[in-house]
Design a binder for this molecule. Structure first.
Ligand code: B12
Ligand code: SF4
Length: 494
């Protein structure tokens, strides 16, 4: 089990079962962050992103030969399945290096995760310093049983060492994007820029939403890079990869108005021309000054990304979202007034959610579309993740709770697994979304329509029908929806 080597392998499992989960290719920030102090201390680190490799397991086995430690990152969902597959392959090849797991899922369920035979230890929460200490021990051939922030199971006994105090993230070295295999493959052509990359400038979130992982893992603390650090990182991304757009992966970016302003002022002063988008909470935007919006816009802000979740006052209250439907509308108004896009994410199918509450969500989604002049929200179905009050409620309503990491590997975070969310319910919601998509066509829908005469004619007809439906609130006789489905299955037979 113990080896004297300064080679560490970090593996980011695939995050989808079927075809590509997402239209964009994102850099694997969780393993990149965990690797930063290791590189700085002279370790030889191999970063493997199974989402982009054609033969990730072959590569993994090659890299693990002679390595001291394998680290696997995962969130709840398919990454557990593929992480286990990877650990199994390593063991099947006779490689005995310790396999350490980190990320949100292991941090929320450390004991259960550590009880799996392909898990030698779990790193809970922030990973940089724990990983560094682990690497130090195993590369010296020492045991890691006394490291803070680690949970492990040996001889049938599960031990959770004391928490490691969370460090100031400003102390950590810059994320070493250049160490990824072919970093340029992570440049995406999207709204914020034709060569956009993902980046994270903070950790945690001060809010307390009862379906979310942040309060569980980071205890409602929010730690952020200082503006100079962010600016230096942006300069690095621009000069090394010719990046022209940034997608912030922060759970919430705009917690401190002053910090957001300083970063934007710095971008303008340093001539850092970058489009960008970041997560915000709706009530924050209602409180920002006009100057702040102006400088955010001037520095290239393309859109605020806001988790609205629901338009129902009672649902928002029940999930402790600490926002009101009015906050959602106010944020849409102020963003539009300053000519900055705002995109909301809404969720339907919460455990115990009533039809009338879902109707409220549709009402707010439509109201937002009227304010911003297009539908550019996203509709999601509730996806349970462990350790929070909504998950417990889902369990009371019949959600089958996985009891082991193996069971989590086949647990679907998507709606199909929920007893109260039938296919026909989902279909009805998708139909309603379709009416907003065409009733309030976005720039993106219009641009796609211009690609062919037939598409243009379809979008024009669907828009007329859908806007009439929205005006009259009439959702029956979905001929336009059936036509779209017919066109899609003709385009993709089988
Ligand atoms: C980007 C993202 C995605 C992308 C990932 C693509 C990619 N290549 O990055 C995609 C779109 C696939 C995705 C999907 C989902 N996501 Co997501 N996602 C995120 C997001 C916004 C950023 C992740 C990130 O890069 N973080 C930055 C890194 C640096 O932070 P970190 O992960 O915390 O890493 C630190 C520690 O965890 C630890 N660590 C992490 N890995 C490892 C490994 C080792 C070995 C060690 C030692 C330490 C360690 O050290 C790191 C540095 O301190 C996070 C929120 C967030 N801000 O983190 C949500 C988040 C991770 N997602 C979440 C959820 C719920 C989902 C979905 C289930 C949503 C859904 N409705 O389906 C799906 C999962 C299904 C699937 N297909 O996998 C939850 C996690 C919940 C959970 N129980 O796991 C989060 C936290 C959002 C939230 N606020 O609840 N997601
Ligand atoms: S505001 Fe977003 S990131 Fe923060 S706790 Fe709520 S859902 Fe999680």
């Amino acid at each position: 089990m113990i080896s004297a080597s300064k080679k560490i392998v970090l593996f980011y499992p695939r995050n989808h079962f079927g075809v590509q989960y997402h239209p964009w290719t994102w850099a694997p920030l969780p393993i990149l962050a965990a690797s930063a102090p290791l590189f700085a201390e002279g370790y030889d680190v191999a970063l493997i992103d199974a989402n982009v490799e054609l033969q990730p397991l072959k590569l993994l086995l090659e890299e693990c030969r002679g390595a001291a430690l394998l680290g696997i990152s995962c969130m709840t969902g398919p990454q557990i399945h593929f992480g286990l597959e990877a650990a199994r392959a390593v063991r099947a090849a006779g490689l005995k290096l310790p396999v350490v797991w980190g990320g949100y899922h292991p941090s929320i369920l450390p004991e259960q995760t550590s009880q799996n035979r392909f898990v030698d230890a779990v790193v809970r929460g922030q990973g940089e310093l724990t990983m560094l200490e682990l690497a130090g021990k195993v590369s010296q051939g020492e045991d890691f049983a006394d490291i803070d922030g680690v949970t492990f199971t040996r001889g049938g006994e599960t031990v959770s060492n004391p928490d490691r105090p969370v460090a100031d993230i400003n102390e950590f070295p810059r994320l070493p994007y250049e160490k990824l295999r072919n970093p340029r493959q992570y440049l995406n052509n999207m709204h914020v820029g034709s060569r956009a990359i993902n980046y994270v400038s903070s950790q945690g979130c001060p809010a307390r939403c009862q379906f979310c992982a942040e309060p569980l893992v980071y205890g409602r603390a929010w730690r952020a890079y200082k503006p100079d650090r962010v600016l230096a990182d942006l300069e690095f991304l621009k000069s090394s990869l010719d990046v022209n757009g940034i997608m912030y992966f922060d759970s919430t970016y705009f917690v401190k108005e002053q910090r957001a302003r300083e970063i934007s002022v710095g971008m303008v002063e340093r001539g850092l021309k970058l489009g960008w988008a970041a997560n915000a909470r709706a009530p924050q935007l209602g409180k920002f000054s006009g100057d702040t919006f102006d400088i955010l816009k001037e520095s290239g802000l393309w859109a605020f990304l806001v988790g609205a979740e629901s338009g129902s006052e009672s649902q928002l209250e029940a999930m402790h979202k600490d926002i009101s439907p009015e906050d959602i509308l106010t944020a849409a108004r102020v963003a539009s007034r300053h000519d900055i896009k705002i995109t909301y994410s809404f969720i339907v199918g919460f455990p115990g959610e009533a039809e009338a509450e879902i109707e409220e969500t549709w009402r707010v989604m439509e109201e937002v579309s009227k304010i911003v002049g297009e539908y550019n929200s996203q509709l999601h179905f509730y996806a349970p993740t462990p350790g929070n009050a909504l998950y417990d409620k889902a369990a009371r309503l019949g959600l089958k709770q996985p009891q082991s990491l193996e069971e989590w590997a086949s647990f679907s975070t998507v709606a199909g697994s929920l007893p109260w969310m039938s296919k026909s319910f989902q279909n009805r919601q998708r139909q309603r979304e379709f009416y907003l998509v065409y009733g309030y066509p976005s720039e993106w829908v219009r641009r796609r329509a211009s690609r062919s005469l037939m598409r243009h004619a379809y979008v024009a007809a669907a828009s007329v029908i859908s806007s009439a439906r929205c005006r009259r609130q009439f959702w029956g006789l979905p001929l336009d929806w059936w036509l779209l489905k017919g066109m899609r299955s003709a385009a993709n037979p089988g």
